[in-house]
Design a protein around this ligand. Structure first.
Ligand code: NI
Length: 184
């Protein structure tokens, strides 16, 4: 187990398409997942993708905490590990929401994402995960899977005037600030 160094925007590891994992149940995949989770928890993030720790493999971990479900009908996800994930929108509807990223520290941006998605992946135990997600859950999944294709959230933004420092969040709607408190 180890807390790994997180690559920052500009590092080539974040810009390439990550490789498929030939055997999701291989011991080295389990070891990588343990390190990803430990690193995510240490950094107080909601999610982390393998390229963010300089490993070019299609592996992500994330969770959407219960405190963000209280005032909505959205269902969050407990700690989820996906190897070779695939995400597809359920319809064309999009929503703007604030995002942060452990590879883009100190900043937040307003990012359009599909509101509802279906995603699929395999766990290191060999189990297939297939879920429908909406809201914050759908947003986190799209953000993490973008990392596997070399895409960081600023590349998805449509209004760069909304790229702001986290420390200036107090000037915004407090609920929005609270919701985007933790990076992914
Ligand atoms: Ni990120």
């Amino acid at each position: 187990m180890a807390i790994l160094k997180i690559a920052l925007m500009g590092h080539p590891a974040l810009r390439r398409r990550a490789d498929e994992v030939p055997d999701p149940t291989a011991p080295e995949v389990k070891a990588l997942v343990v390190d990803l989770i430990e690193t995510m928890v240490d950094a107080d993030g909601l999610g982390l993708a393998a390229p963010q720790v300089h490993v070019s493999r299609r592996v992500v971990v994330f969770h959407t905490p219960s405190e963000e479900e209280e005032d909505s009908e959205e269902h969050g996800a407990g700690l989820t590990v996906l190897v070779n994930p695939v995400v597809e929108p359920l319809d064309g509807e999009r929503d703007d929401g604030w995002e942060g990223c452990l590879s883009v520290p100190g900043l937040r941006g307003l990012v359009p994402r599909f509101k509802r998605v279906r995603y699929r992946g395999v766990t290191p135990a060999g189990e297939v995960v297939e879920r429908i997600a909406e809201g914050m859950h759908a947003r986190v999944v799209q953000h993490e899977c973008d990392h596997l294709d070399g895409i960081l959230y600023p590349m998805r933004m449509t209004d760069m005037a909304t790229l702001i420092f986290e420390s200036e969040f107090r000037h915004l709607d407090q609920a929005a600030a609270q919701r985007a408190r933790r990076p992914v």
